[in-house]
Design a protein around this ligand. Sequence first.
Ligand SMILES: [Zn+2]
Length: 194
Amino acid sequence: MKCGKPVEGDSEYCPDCCGKETHFQYGRAAFLYDSLMRGSISRFKYHGRQEYAAFYAYAMYQQFSGMIAEAAPDALIPVPIHRKRRRRRGYNQAELVATELSRLCKVPVVSDYLLRTKSTLPQKELSGRERYLNLCQAFSVRTATQELYKVPRCVILIDDIYTTGSTIEACAKILSRQGVYKIYFLCISIGQRI
Ligand SMILES: [Zn+2]
């Protein structure tokens, strides 16, 4: 019901979402994070296969155009990466997907509002709670952008992989503090915590 992760039996929430208050409404992902997707996303993020963005966005649009229409967002906001990492990699993978998705659903991408101001430690070894605390200090909003445009009221956050939801929640928390009142997410892929 919340993150879209498949669950067993008649549970409505996965163990990561169960009993948790979030600053986002809900979200979905186009693919399960299996070994094929692990390879695909790794080529997309680390080996320059930027053209995959169009395919991912198409799959997201095919499955979730109804959700996008219903949410009626003012903006798609890609989860930002730190500028040092962006410089090293040459692109933000989430922004590429957001741009392709924007072409299909005609919702503008706003990528200069939410910023990643601190690089974080590798998240893999951390528990969900630790990931979240690690991330909470990592994001901020650019006030200059805020003066230029009005704060969007409803947004869809775009990211590559959703695991426990700590990244999306950290972004949603800071956006909601700025007055964004409805926040959804769409990701390429969703997986259980490894
Ligand atoms: Zn969940």
